[in-house]
Design a protein around this ligand. Structure first.
Ligand code: DGY
Length: 325
């Protein structure tokens, strides 16, 4: 009888759908804590495993792959983003890697629209006005707590992949006037379905009332939103990031928000994460911060767990992964 393949799951609060699926066909070891696995534990427990179920909080690089040794065949990351994995090193060793696209597109796109509205209509600030007595003191002044319309605006999408496309589709229902996008190359379906126009990055910055970042983090996008970029934006622009904090220089964003270079920002992703609770961005009324909850719906997180397990099982079986990288 051949022995079952071994798989490491890096935390014990992994949704059951993923765990049970793996347990039916593998010998599963789970790091027995509901928190990111410490590096030394990861290096110790991954040794000799055939599969690795990991999260965005773990940097999977040559050191981890070395520690795992030649038995490691497949890695499934519980995320669509994969900037925490050194794909080149995985390829060199013939290790398959799979992620969880598609199943989280709707959840992240919905959250993005929510964050955009929360920022443009100042929802967090407005809520606080009730308990703080600000409403009572406002005398219901006509311009008190005023925000910005989406209708007739120009929206600039930095990155029009699955999530960017989902956001733009939803924003069309808000009757925005123009949808611009920047990225690697123009996409035929963007003009056909969204009437969106491909523009150079500089033009996107210059023309957009809302700049929404959905591009992935890589060597060309790292730090792309710096002071120079914020200086090119409209003074009343609203900046939204749901991709990765690494695309943004947060020191420069702070300067932009406090010197009037841009009007407001809404971030679901930051650098570092978790953002320290006393970080200076948390003190700004024109900055809405969410703790990276883009894909955080129960249905989505369960489906992601199942898909992560399916990627691993396919790789262990030598079959094509459902979502290969
Ligand atoms: C993803 O799936 O990449 C999300 O950003 C992680 O929560």
């Amino acid at each position: 009888m051949t022995s079952l393949p071994s798989v490491l799951i890096t935390r014990n609060d992994t949704p059951e759908e993923g765990v049970i699926h793996l347990q039916s066909k593998c010998k599963v070891e789970i790091y027995n804590e509901p928190r990111p696995i410490p590096r030394e534990e990861l290096l110790r427990l991954v040794k000799g495993k055939n599969g690795l179920y990991c999260h965005v909080t773990e940097k999977i690089n040559a050191e981890v792959l070395e520690a795992a040794g030649p038995s490691l065949k497949v890695i499934g990351t519980y995320s669509v983003g994969y900037d925490h994995i050194d794909l080149e090193e995985c390829r060199k060793r013939g290790i398959f890697v799979g992620n969880t696209p598609n199943v989280l597109t709707d959840a992240v796109a919905e959250l993005t629209v929510g964050l955009l509205l929360a920022t443009s209509r100042r929802l967090m600030e407005a809520t606080k006005q009730i308990a703080s007595g600000g409403w009572a003191k406002s005398n219901c002044a006509p311009l008190w707590m005023c925000g910005t319309n989406l209708v007739n605006s120009t929206v600039g999408m930095m990155g029009l992949g699955r999530i960017g496309f989902g956001v733009a589709e939803r924003l069309k229902c808000f009757k925005v006037k123009n949808i611009l996008y920047s990225g690697n190359k123009p996409k035929p379906e963007a003009s056909e379905k969204l009437n969106a126009k491909f523009v150079p990055f500089e033009e996107l910055l210059k023309l957009s009332d809302f700049v929404i970042v959905c591009a992935s983090l890589n060597s060309t996008t790292r730090g792309i939103f710096n002071l120079e970029a914020f200086q090119k934006m409209k003074r009343n622009a609203i900046f939204i990031n749901v991709s990765r904090g690494g695309l943004v220089n947060h020191e420069d964003l702070y300067t932009a928000l406090t010197t009037g270079l841009i009007k407001a920002a809404g971030l679901d992703v930051m650098d570092p994460e978790p953002l320290p609770s006393d970080h200076k961005l948390t003190k700004l009324s024109n900055c809405v911060l969410l703790p990276h909850i883009g894909s955080a719906t129960v249905e989505t997180r369960n489906t992601m767990a199942r898909l992560t397990a399916e990627n691993i099982l396919a790789g262990l079986d030598g079959k094509p992964l459902p979502c290969p990288l």
